[in-house]
Design a protein around this ligand. Structure first.
Ligand code: ZN
Length: 500
C-alpha cells in the first residue's frame, strides 16, 4: 500500500465532476482552505480540510493492522533536526526517512525519466539521503509519504489536450524570418514549413525522436502537466507514422507523464500527393488507419482550405469511427469552412483551434457535447486574433485550453503563458481557465472520469503551487509557480529538483 498525504495547503482548489463543465459552470471551483488530500495506491481516497482528512486517515489506519498504525498527534520522535522541525509542525518522523529514492514512482525503469537530477537514482535500494533543509517538506515513514503544503496551493495536475510533441528537426530560421515579415510562400521556397519537419522526422531514428520527446515531456512535468495528448502527422508514409506512434508508446511507458495518442495521418498533403488529396485520404483509410487502430485512441484531421476539404475529412473520420477511433478535428483555424459543424455532426470528442468558427457551428458543438479546444499560444505566435472563448463560454460551450506544442506555428508548451493569454486577452476568469486546463482538458481527451479534478476515485495527479492562492496563477503572470508534481500518488517532481 503506497499512501500519500498532502496537508495544510493554504488552498486546495478543484473543479468537480466526471464530465466537462459547460458555460458559466466552468467558473465553479471547490476551494478548501487548509486543504488536504489522501492518495492510496495512486487513487484519491479523501479530499477535505486537513482536520477531516487526518481523521479519515486515522480511521483507516485503526481499521488496519496495528503494526502500521500511526498517530500523528502524539508519536513524535525526539531525534528530529530543529532546523526543519518548524516546517513540520506537529507531524512526526525521523530524519532517516527523508530520501528521494523512496519517492520514485513504480513502474518507470529508466534512470533518466525523472527530471530530478542525481537524487533520483535508479538504484532504489540505496540509502542516500537528501541534505536536510529548513524548507524540506516531504517526509516518508514506513507507511506514508506526507507533504506539508503550508502556504501553498494544491490543484489537479494540468492536462494538455493538443500537442504535436514528437517531431524531428527545428525551424528556428523560418520562425525568425517570419517575424521579420517573410511570407508563407517565401518560407516554402526556401524548403521550410511542415515539409521540413516531415523530412527531418523521416530521417530521425526512433531513438532520436524518443530522446527529444523525453526532454520535452520533462519540461511539461516542470510546468505541472501530468497528461499530454500527442499526435502523429509528420510522416508522409505509413512507416514513418508507425515510427512516431511507437515513440509515443515508449514515452508513455517510460515517462511519468501519460501520453494519449492521436493518429493525424491527414495533417498535410505530402508533396508526392500534390493535387491528389482525395487519393491520399483513400491511402490513409486503406493503410494508415489499420496501422494505428488499437494503438492511437483518436483520429484527427486538418480540415482547411487547400489542405483537406469537408468531404474528405468526413470520409476519413467516418472510416476511422468504424475502425474504433474516437474523433478530433483541426477546425476553422484559417478559413470558416464549417469544420466545427462537421465535428458536431460526427460526434467528435473535440474540435480544436476554432479561430474562425461560425456561431451556428459552435452552437451545434455545444448541443452535441463537443469540447471546444482553443490554442492561444498558436494565435500568439502567429499574431492572429484569439479564438472567441469568452463568447463560447457565454453561450454554454465547454472550453478546454491546449498548448499546440509543435515545431512550426507554436514551439512552446508554456502553461504559464497560456494562462496569461487566456485571462488577459481572451477574458476568461482565472476560475474558468483552471477548469479549461484540468477537467475540461481531460474531457477533450475523454478522460474526465479518471483525471482532471481532485475527487475521490480519480487518479492522484496533483500539482502543488508555490503561492498562497489560485488567483496567483493569473496575477503572477507568465511565471512557473509549480513546486511539486504528483503522478498517480508518486512524487515525480519536487522543489529540490531545481537545486540538487
Ligand atoms: Zn495541432
Amino acid at each position: 500500500m503506497s499512501t500519500l498525504l498532502i496537508e495544510n495547503a493554504n488552498e486546495l482548489v478543484t473543479p468537480e465532476g466526471r464530465h466537462a463543465l459547460n458555460g458559466h459552470a466552468m467558473a465553479k471551483l471547490r476551494v478548501i482552505p487548509n486543504g488536504a488530500l489522501l492518495s492510496e495506491n495512486g487513487v484519491i481516497t479523501a479530499v477535505g480540510t486537513t482536520e477531516d482528512v487526518r481523521r479519515q486517515l486515522r480511521q483507516r489506519q485503526s481499521d488496519r493492522s496495528t503494526s502500521h498504525k500511526l498517530n500523528f498527534e502524539s508519536n513524535c520522535q525526539s531525534d528530529r533536526s530543529s532546523s526543519y522541525k518548524s516546517s513540520f509542525e506537529s507531524n512526526c518522523q525521523s530524519s532517516h526517512e527523508l530520501s528521494c529514492e523512496s519517492n520514485l514512482p513504480s513502474g518507470h525503469p529508466t534512470s533518466g525519466k525523472l527530471s530530478c537530477g542525481s537524487n533520483f537514482s535508479s538504484d532504489r535500494s540505496s540509502s542516500r539521503q537528501l541534505d536536510l533543509r529548513p524548507d524540506d517538506v516531504i517526509i516518508r515513514d514506513d507507511a506514508i509519504t506526507r507533504i506539508d503544503a503550508t502556504g501553498k496551493t494544491v490543484l489537479p495536475g494540468f492536462v494538455d489536450p493538443h500537442t504535436h510533441f514528437v517531431f524531428g528537426g527545428y525551424r528556428e530560421d523560418e520562425f525568425n524570418l517570419r517575424l521579420q515579415g517573410a511570407s508563407y510562400m517565401d518560407i516554402m521556397r526556401m524548403g521550410g514549413g511542415i515539409a521540413a519537419t516531415n523530412r527531418a522526422t523521416h530521417a530521425a531514428s526512433e531513438e532520436e525522436l524518443y530522446a527529444e520527446g523525453f526532454k520535452r515531456m520533462d519540461r511539461m512535468l516542470d510546468l505541472g502537466i501530468t497528461t499530454v495528448e500527442g499526435k502523429t502527422g509528420y510522416g508522409e508514409d505509413t512507416a514513418t507514422e508507425d515510427k512516431m506512434l511507437r515513440v509515443m508508446e515508449l514515452l508513455d511507458r517510460d515517462h511519468p507523464v501519460d501520453v494519449v495518442k492521436t493518429y493525424l495521418g491527414a495533417h498535410a498533403v505530402p508533396p508526392s500527393w500534390k493535387g491528389r488529396s482525395g487519393e491520399y485520404i483513400d491511402y490513409l483509410i486503406k493503410e494508415g488507419l489499420p496501422m494505428a487502430a488499437g494503438r492511437a485512441e483518436f483520429c484527427d484531421v486538418f480540415t482547411e482550405e487547400g489542405v483537406f476539404s469537408l468531404e474528405e475529412s468526413e470520409k476519413l473520420l467516418r472510416a476511422a469511427k468504424e475502425q474504433g477511433f474516437k474523433l478530433k478535428m483541426h477546425a476553422d483555424e484559417i478559413e470558416p469552412m464549417g469544420g466545427a459543424g462537421l465535428a458536431a455532426k460526427l460526434g467528435a470528442v473535440s474540435a480544436d483551434h476554432l479561430l474562425k468558427a461560425k456561431d451556428e457551428d459552435l452552437f451545434a458543438m455545444r448541443d452535441a457535447g463537443c469540447i471546444a479546444c482553443v490554442l492561444p499560444l498558436t494565435a500568439f505566435s502567429l499574431r492572429e486574433p484569439y479564438a472567441r472563448a469568452r463568447f463560447m463560454i457565454d453561450h454554454g460551450l465547454a472550453v478546454a485550453l491546449g498548448t499546440d506544442l509543435n515545431p512550426g506555428s507554436c514551439y512552446s508548451q508554456s502553461i504559464p503563458l497560456m494562462i496569461a493569454l487566456a485571462t488577459i486577452y481572451m477574458k476568461l476568469t482565472i476560475e474558468e481557465t483552471i477548469t479549461a486546463i484540468t477537467l475540461n482538458a481531460a474531457a477533450a481527451i475523454d478522460r474526465a472520469d479518471r483525471i482532471g479534478s481532485l475527487e475521490k476515485g480519480k487518479a492522484a495527479d496533483v500539482v502543488i503551487l508555490d503561492c498562497p492562492g489560485y488567483r496567483h496563477l493569473s496575477y503572477h503572470f507568465a511565471m512557473n509557480l509549480v513546486d511539486t508534481v504528483i503522478k498517480k500518488g508518486d512524487v515525480v517532481r519536487r522543489p529540490c529538483d531545481r537545486n540538487c
